[in-house]
Each structure stands twice: as C-alpha cells, then as structure tokens.
Write a protein that binds this ligand. Structure first.
Ligand code: ADP
Ligand code: MN
Ligand code: MN
Ligand code: MN
Length: 337
C-alpha cells in the first residue's frame, strides 16, 4: 500500500505570500523525502534556474483524505542548501531558540472573510446588508453565513491535531475567526499556516473562497485582523514583566507595524475597534489600544497581553519573531526572566 503526502509551502508572492501544495505518492512507511518545485511559477526563482527545494518541517494526519495520508508543511530552500529569501520560518528559528528558556506562548486569532460571486457571503447582489451590530457571535439564518464550512474546518483542524482553541462569527456578515494556541512561536505559526490551508481547501468544496484581506469592504465595515496574544513564563507570574513587554513594544512600534501585514494602514484607522497604525498605546481592557492588557491580567497581576495590530494577512512567522525578539530581549535586559 502507498499513501498520499500533500506537500504544502509558502510562496514568494509580494507583498503577501500565498500557499501552494502538491501531492506525492509514497510507499507505505516511507520517510518523507525532500522534493523540488518550479520556483519560476511561484515568484521564487528565475525561469533559467527554476528549481527550489521543499524540506518537510511539520507533519500531521490529512483530515480530508483520511487514512494514512499526511499533510506536510515545508520550508523552501535553494539548491545550494541555504534557506530561500522568502523562508521566514528559517529567520524565526534562531530567535525562538535564543529565547527558548523564557517559554513564550502565543495565541493567534485569525479573522477571515468568505467570498462568493465577488462579494462577502451574506451580502445581497446589490447594495449592502443591514449595518453591523447583530452579526458578531450571532445565530440564525439572517445573521450567520457559512457556518457549515466553519464547522467542517474546525473538525478538520482537530482531526489533524492542530492546536485550534475556538471559533466565532465576526462583526461583518461572512466574516469569521478561529484561534490557534497557546503554543510556542514556531509551533503556533506552523499550525496557523496548515489551518489556513485547510480553510481554503475545505471552502473550495463549497464553491466559496476565504480571504485574509485586512479590509475586505471599504467604509463602515470592520477589517480583519490577527490579534496576537503573548506571554512568557515571567509574564505569567508577574505584572512588572507584562509592563516591561508593553514598554518594549512601544519602543519598536514602527518596526512591528511594518511587519504586521500589507495594507495595515487601511485597517488600523483608529475606528472599528482599532488603534491608529501611526500611534502606539497600551491599556487595560482597552480594545481601541494597540496592545490590550486583559482585565483578568490586571486583577491577577499576571497573565498575557494582546497585540491587536497584526493584520489578518500577517505572516505568523514574522509576528512571533518580532514579538519574541523585542519582548524577550527587554525582559532579559531588565533581569525579569
Ligand atoms: P478575544 O477576547 O480577544 O477575542 P480570544 O478568546 O479570541 O480573545 O483569543 C485569545 C487567545 O489567547 C487564544 O488563542 C488563547 O489560546 C490565547 N491565550 C490564552 N492565554 C494565553 C497566554 N497566557 N499566553 C498566550 N496566549 C494565551
Ligand atoms: Mn477573538
Ligand atoms: Mn475577532
Ligand atoms: Mn482579540
């Protein structure tokens, strides 16, 4: 007998990378080999020298094909054995290792929007649906669109063993969220990329596309973000460490916003539960701040923080690299580890 391995990788599309995958049939029990692909079709190589290499880095059961079939997330390498420029996971690995002793945990809230026939699922053919107000965590056919896909996606993530921690309907019709975490900086991002792939793949069977566009409908409609919840061992034990992390993020605000997803200024307007992209603030229970300290963390004097700035289209390897390097370095410097 043989099994199917779906090799999944992140391409070189600018400014926002896309997912690609292809299937390899392997003999029963065979190890996962490195594989190659045509980088000239993914913005990862010139046509004259087009081979790029896929190296398996994270594997899980394939919940769509079932049986012994596998999903195989890969890093992209050049033929000379060095990581491809687009390989942001390779840039995260040394940072995660450097600060591993601080035991950082991430929970990422992935918002997204279903589209069908060129408009968000639930939008009428002409004009707009009723204004926002009842869609968030709603129930009923007049408020909720695409729940069958969302349920199938959640079940698939669980069957694959991904650390999905929940789902909810969002503020705009056809808009949803799932959360991955808590998990370490590399693991949360690996699971997020595979969960994104499963979302696109499952929605495909319904004739629906899912988009991570940070502002899918202009005007008075919420954008889509990827709030990133973060803690280290020290933050889970002390409020001082939480404040140190917030102050460190304040100092590096510009660098972070630049890495938090293309078109971030279209979403972080200061309206629709966002802070302005050009200003940094943090506050307790404040959903209009860049970084929110949950109310419970203030009461308990320990816990985690929520960076509300990352766009839905952020690369999770970039967001966890930036936060780990900024906050863990500051905590180390302050002697709070
Ligand atoms: P919100 O109230 O902002 O909608 P959610 O419930 O959607 O929050 O998401 C919260 C996320 O924070 C979850 O992914 C959860 O796993 C994660 N989380 C909880 N505790 C911690 C922690 N100590 N460190 C990091 N992430 C955490
Ligand atoms: Mn949420
Ligand atoms: Mn949300
Ligand atoms: Mn949130």
């Amino acid at each position: 007998m043989s099994y199917k391995a779906e090799y999944i990788w992140i391409d070189g599309t600018e400014p926002t990378a896309r997912l690609r995958s292809k299937t390899r049939i392997l003999a029963d029990g065979a190890e996962l080999p490195d594989w190659s692909f045509d980088g000239s079709s993914t913005n990862q190589a010139p046509g004259g020298n087009s081979d790029c290499i896929l190296k398996p880095v994270f594997t899980c059961p394939d919940p769509i094909r079932g049986g012994d079939n596998k999903l195989v997330l890969c890093e992209v390498f050049l033929v000379d054995g060095t990581p491809h420029e687009s390989n942001t996971r390779a840039k995260l690995r040394p940072v995660a290792e450097r600060y591993a002793a601080q035991e950082s945990w991430y929970g990422i809230e992935q918002e997204y929007t279903f589209f069908k026939d060129g408009r968000p699922l639930g939008f009428p053919e002409r004009g707009f649906p009723a204004p926002q107000g009842f869609y968030y965590c709603g129930v009923g056919a007049d408020e909720v669109f695409g729940r069958d896909i969302v349920e199938a996606h959640m079940d698939a993530c669980l069957a694959a063993g991904l650390k999905i921690s929940g789902i909810n309907a969002e503020v705009m019709p056809g808009q949803w969220e799932f959360q991955i975490g808590p998990a370490g900086p590399v693991e949360v991002a690996d699971h997020m990329w595979v969960a994104r792939w499963l979302l696109y793949r499952i929605a495909e069977d319904y004739g629906v596309s899912a988009t991570l566009d940070p502002k899918p409908v202009a005007g008075d409609w919420n954008g889509a973000g990827a709030h990133t919840n973060f803690s280290t061992k020290a933050m889970r034990e002390s409020y001082d460490a939480i404040i140190t992390a917030c102050e460190a993020l304040a100092e590096k605000a510009e660098e972070h916003v630049a890495g938090y997803g293309a078109d971030i200024e279209r979403r972080l307007t200061g309206m629709h539960e966002t802070s302005a992209w050009s200003e940094f603030s943090y506050g307790v229970a404040d959903r209009s701040a860049s970084v929110r300290i949950p109310w419970q963390a203030e009461i308990d004097k320990r816990g985690y923080i929520e960076d509300r700035r990352p766009n839905a289209n952020v690369d999770p390897y970039v967001v966890t690299r930036l936060i780990t390097s900024t906050c863990c370095a500051a905590l180390e410097k302050a002697g709070q580890v």
